[in-house]
Each structure stands twice: as structure tokens, then as C-alpha cells.
Design a protein around this ligand. Structure first.
Ligand code: DGY
Length: 419
């Protein structure tokens, strides 16, 4: 174990570009939003000051609107596509024009709670909390302007689960870009582990669309051809708001803004049942353009556990599904259910296992008192480290590397959670 810890620390140090950690060199040469949040947890046990730098460097790219972008281009690199020229944002620091699951607030609460040195305190901590409050207000106001209780996402890249089969249907409504381009991801990683060109064509159409709309939240909400209630995003946001409000309470911050956030949480609690399906006995995302649930069975459908959004009648049904999903599987938890027709055990979010998702599900299970399932997922996660190391994700059947190697968030989950 000691050598595993040292290797995980080395992975973070090697990926550290000074204040922010790249997910892995080459494939992802910038700062990614939810990667950085998870990575801060990895720095925490051995370099608390550095853990907070991960947070403050990400928040340095927060937009005036409050949005924390999905990728921050602190400095140039030619190993990734699409870069800042395609996004066309021109902020300082430059960034993409979309966001990612806001796990940062939950992470900040943990850094504050478990930090031995209180490496960030006083005025600096208050600044971070204010930035998070602005971010969460932006989430509810701009992504749920009609007070439905369920925020929307505008791009599969926002989910972080880029090519999940959940997005197949809503993505079909998006036209393909008409210009030609050269992908860089498939020069680092075998194409069988990445999304298809057909998906990239539509991903890029959306990127163009945001630029044409001048990044205007109101226009995009009205006209975006892709507008999805992502159950993972909704769950992570809900848990994040809860953690943020708990942190505010600890710090004596209580005002109209925190009250408003608490009110928005109640709207989500009232609406989440719309994403439950009685036949699959789990949660699904919803295409708000067609009004239909995205019926693929994915690990995202378990994330309401992390948010405390599962009702007492749903809980035993959901756990039963989870037990079945885990039974006789050498590794867990595949991002797409092995019995789903679109399951591909090696292709990015259509099957491979992701440890930060496992961590969130396990945390949720513990909150609901389902300790044996939480333990099972934790052990399965640890096994993967010993089978193939600190990879981006893991082949759902063999546990082999899927995607990039020497990957920051997997090393971080090892340091914070597993070792
Ligand atoms: C990619 O380029 O694969 C990323 O997931 C986009 O965020």
C-alpha cells in the first residue's frame, strides 16, 4: 500500500502544472472543472495548501454570470481539440462556454471539515464561499428559469459523461457541423475507447451554437436544440447546495441568498419523482425537448442517493436493482448496465467504470444506511487499482485500462478514499 500511495502522489505531482492539475498529459492538457474538484481531495492528505490552490485556480475562471466553466485554458497546448479558438470566449483566463457537474461545493466542505491545518481560512475562505454561492445561484436562475426544480444541461460535455447512451436520443435532434476538423483525442487513445465522429459532429454544432448566441443564457435556454434534465447534474447540484449551506451555517453566513438556495432545493425535492421510472426502478435523465425520459440504464441513475433525493418507497426498489447489477460482476459499477442494449464495456461512458462516480454512490449508500453495498463498491474500486493502476476508467469486464493512463482523479480517489 505504501508504494501505491507514493505512486498516486507522484501521479498528482507529475500532472501538476502549478496551481492546477491536468487530468492527464496529452489527452487533457488543461484544467477540467469536476476533475479538479475531485483532485483537490487527493491533494488534501499530503498537501493541504495545494488542495486549496486547485479550488482557487478553478474559481479564478468564474464568469461574471457566476458560471464556473468546464475547461480553463490557463496556457496554450496543441495536443487537444477543440481549443479556445473554436470556443471563441476570450476571457482571462480563457475557458470553454459551458459548465460541468458542480461537485466543487461538496469538496470545499470536505476540505474545510478534514483539513488539519485549516490552510484556507478567514477572508480567503469567505471569498471561496461567496464564489460558490454565486455559482449555485447561477445554476438555479439560468438553468431553471421557470422554477421547475430540475436544471437543464446544454451539452453532453457538461455532464462529463460525454457519450453515455442516455444522450443518444436527445443528441439526434442536434444537426452535424458542416466544417471539417481533426480530432486529437484519437491520436492519444484507441478510437474504440472514444466517442464516434457522428457524436463529435453534433458536439461541435453545439459549441458553434453557443458562440452564435453570444453565450447569452436566456437565448440559449430558449433555442438550444439539446436541453436535458441530467439526473447526475441535478443530483450533484442538490448535494452541493446542501453542503454549501451547511458550510455557510458553520461560518455564520445566513442571508437572503442562502435562504433562496434552500428554497430552490425544496423545488428539486418536489420534482425529482418525474425522473423515476416504475419499470426500470431507477432514475433517468429527461429530454425536455421531447418530454421523454432517456431510458438507458446508467450509473447516473444511482446518483440521487448521493443527493438524498431517493424516497423511502423508492429506496428498496433502487437497492434491489443495484444488488442485481453488482451480482456476479467481477468489477463495479459499470457506467452503463451490462444488460442495456447499448452497453460497450470499453467505450468511455458506455460501460467502463469511473471511481469518482463509485465514490459518490458509496457516500450516498452510507447516508441511507446501506453499508454492505457501500463496502462492496469500495472494495470493487480498490481491486481495480491493483488490477491496472491509476487509469482514467476501467474496462467493465476485465478491469483493464480504458482511456488515459496516469490519471489524476483516479489517483486522487485512491489517496482520499481507498488507500
Ligand atoms: C473530451 O474532450 O473528451 C472531454 O470529455 C470534453 O470535456
Amino acid at each position: 500500500t505504501q508504494s501505491m500511495i507514493e505512486q498516486a502522489q507522484k501521479t498528482l505531482r507529475d500532472n501538476d502544472l502549478g496551481g492546477y492539475t491536468v487530468p492527464t498529459h496529452g489527452l487533457y492538457p488543461f484544467q477540467w472543472n469536476w476533475d479538479s474538484a475531485i483532485v483537490a481531495l487527493g491533494w488534501l492528505p499530503f498537501d493541504e495548501t495545494r488542495a486549496w490552490e486547485e479550488v482557487t485556480s478553478l474559481l479564478s475562471a468564474q464568469w461574471k454570470s457566476g458560471m464556473v466553466p468546464h475547461v480553463v485554458f490557463h496556457r496554450p497546448s496543441d495536443t487537444y481539440f477543440p481549443g479556445p479558438d473554436i470556443w471563441g470566449v476570450q476571457n482571462t483566463p480563457d475557458s470553454t462556454s459551458i459548465t460541468q457537474p458542480p461537485v466543487l461545493a461538496s469538496v470545499v466542505k470536505l476540505l474545510h471539515q478534514h483539513g488539519r491545518e485549516q490552510a484556507l481560512s478567514g477572508e480567503a475562505l469567505h471569498t471561496v464561499v461567496q464564489q460558490l454561492i454565486r455559482s449555485h445561484l447561477w445554476w438555479y436562475n439560468s438553468r431553471d428559469p421557470e422554477n421547475t426544480g430540475l436544471v437543464v444541461s446544454y451539452h453532453p460535455w457538461e455532464s462529463g459523461m460525454d457519450n453515455s447512451p442516455a444522450w443518444d436520443e436527445p443528441l439526434r435532434a442536434v444537426p452535424k457541423v458542416q466544417w471539417s476538423y481533426t480530432r486529437r483525442d484519437t491520436s492519444h487513445i484507441d478510437a474504440s475507447e472514444r466517442p464516434h465522429k457522428e457524436e463529435y459532429d453534433r458536439f461541435l454544432y453545439l459549441v458553434d451554437f453557443f458562440r452564435k448566441m453570444n453565450f447569452d443564457d436566456t437565448l440559449i435556454y430558449q433555442d438550444c436544440p439539446y436541453r436535458v434534465n441530467d439526473v447526475s447534474m441535478i443530483s450533484i447540484l442538490h448535494r452541493g447546495t446542501r453542503d454549501l449551506l451547511a458550510l455557510c451555517h458553520d461560518l455564520g453566513i445566513e442571508n437572503a441568498q442562502t435562504q433562496y438556495l434552500a428554497h430552490r432545493m425544496t423545488l428539486t425535492e418536489e420534482a425529482i419523482g418525474e425522473l423515476w421510472h416504475a419499470d426500470t426502478r431507477m432514475f433517468h435523465s429527461k429530454d425536455t425537448r421531447s418530454g421523454k425520459l432517456c431510458m438507458a440504464r446508467t450509473s447516473a441513475g444511482m446518483l440521487p442517493l448521493f443527493a438524498g433525493l431517493v424516497s423511502h418507497t423508492q429506496l428498496p426498489l433502487l437497492i434491489n436493482e443495484l444488488d442485481h447489477w453488482l451480482k456476479n460482476r467481477p468489477f463495479a459499477l459499470s457506467s452503463t448496465h451490462p444488460e442495456d442494449p447499448n452497453y460497450e464495456p470499453q467505450r468511455y461512458w458506455r460501460g467502463p467504470i469511473w471511481l469518482h462516480i463509485n465514490w459518490m454512490i458509496a457516500e450516498g449508500l452510507l447516508d441511507y444506511g446501506c453499508t454492505s453495498q457501500a463496502e462492496r463498491i469500495k472494495e470493487a474500486s480498490r481491486d481495480l487499482l491493483y488490477v491496472s493502476g491509476y487509469n482514467e476508467s476501467f474496462h467493465a469486464q476485465t478491469g483493464a485500462r480504458s482511456g488515459g493512463a496516469d490519471f489524476s482523479w483516479t489517483a486522487a480517489m485512491a489517496l482520499y478514499w481507498l488507500l
